[in-house]
Each structure stands twice: as structure tokens, then as C-alpha cells.
Design a protein around this ligand. Structure first.
Ligand code: MG
Length: 218
């Protein structure tokens, strides 16, 4: 791949993994009856779950309760493993807004059986993603509002300052287990207000005044 084609702005085309953090906002953990974790809780979505604007979000087979979760995505610009917290900013290439779409009923069933969440979190269309947000345009990634509306009604209205584990801690921790590569995406958890959608709903989400996106549920 040429260096031109491999611009980090096109991370969706070549990134190898999406590492997600669960329960990283206290109010959201509480609304689902989960305890706040003592260390970051990680899961993965395959990159086949990416969904670009203009394409519909689809219910996976067997799912009757599909939830939105708006999240700040951090795009890795320089790979590494065992990245110290103090060096994390050098490894960030930019940001994106994402919806961590979750088949909540499939997830609840998996939790009860002690099974993994892969189907509930990684199905096709489970990761609607915005356009790339350059690193330069974000003065403080730990103080950006993020919101999600369903059919124009505000459902989530949070701020990244309320993350339990902040971005340097998350990326440093993740890099101890998974070598992070250029183009990888880290989803940093969702604020409170998650809920279900039905076919025909329009989800709109925004990150400060940096980016906005819209997806229809089919
Ligand atoms: Mg999430």
C-alpha cells in the first residue's frame, strides 16, 4: 500500500481492529445495573462491522432489542505495544465518532451463559462511523461533548470528561495486550442514556461542533 493511500484519515479502509471499552462512564454502568470496573473492560468488534453514512443499520438475526451507544473513537496514528501513558498522545492520529450498536437481548443472553459478546457487538453494521476528525482540531479530547438523538429527540448528552479511565490510561492498558497498529480504532465507552431503536428510526450523533452523522435503522 502506498503512503498516500495509507493516510490515517482512511483508517476504516485499512485498520485491522476495533478495540472497545465497556462501562467507562459511571452513570451508564449504573443504568444497566453493572458495577464500575476496577480496570478497563475490553472487547473487540471486527472491522467488517464498520458502517459508513448513507447505509442503514440492520438488526442482526434473532435480535429484537437493538441499542445505540454513542462513543468517542480514537484513531491510532503510530503503532506500538507497552505504550507508556506519557507517550500515548504521540500514538494518536485523530478521532472519529462512532455508535457502538449493541444487540442488548443477545448480549444479556450471552452474559447469563458466560458466553462472549461477539455476536451482540460485532454483527454487520454494528459500528456506524463518522468521517475522520483531525488531531489538530481537538484541543482537549478529554473535554468534548457527545450526544445522540433518536428522531430528533436527545437521548444521550454526555462529555468525555466523565470517562472513568481516561484516554492515556486506556491506550496504555490496551497496548499491553494488543499491539496497536496504524489505523486501529479504540472506542472509549458510552455515557448514560442508551436505549432501543426500531425500524425506521433515524439516529443522529455529534461530537462537539467537530462532526455530526446520521443513520437510519432498517
Ligand atoms: Mg459501548
Amino acid at each position: 500500500m502506498s503512503s498516500v493511500a495509507k493516510s490515517v484519515a482512511r483508517f476504516v479502509e485499512y485498520g485491522k481492529k476495533i478495540v472497545c471499552v465497556g462501562r467507562n462512564y459511571a452513570e451508564h454502568a449504573a443504568e444497566l445495573g453493572n458495577v464500575v470496573p476496577s480496570e478497563p473492560m475490553l472487547f473487540l468488534k471486527p472491522t467488517s462491522s464498520y458502517l459508513l453514512q448513507g447505509n442503514p443499520i440492520k438488526f442482526p438475526p434473532g435480535c429484537k432489542e437493538l441499542h445505540y451507544e454513542v462513543e468517542l473513537g480514537v484513531v491510532i496514528g503510530k503503532g506500538g505495544s507497552d505504550i507508556p501513558e506519557s507517550a500515548v498522545m504521540e500514538h494518536i492520529g485523530g478521532y472519529a465518532l462512532a455508535l457502538d450498536m449493541t444487540a442488548r437481548d443477545l448480549q444479556d443472553a450471552a452474559k447469563k451463559k458466560g458466553h462472549p459478546w461477539s455476536k451482540a457487538k460485532g454483527f454487520n453494521t454494528a459500528c456506524p462511523i463518522s468521517t475522520f476528525v483531525s488531531k489538530d482540531s481537538v484541543s482537549d479530547p478529554q473535554n468534548i461533548s457527545l450526544w445522540c438523538k433518536v428522531n430528533g429527540e436527545t437521548k444521550q448528552d454526555g462529555n468525555t470528561k466523565d470517562m472513568i479511565f481516561k484516554i492515556p490510561t486506556l491506550i496504555s492498558y490496551i497496548s499491553k495486550y494488543f499491539t496497536l497498529e496504524e489505523g486501529d480504532l479504540v472506542l472509549t465507552g458510552t455515557p448514560s442514556g442508551v436505549g432501543p431503536v426500531v425500524s425506521g428510526d433515524v439516529l443522529t450523533a455529534g461530537l462537539g461542533d467537530l462532526v455530526e452523522m446520521s443513520f437510519t435503522v432498517k
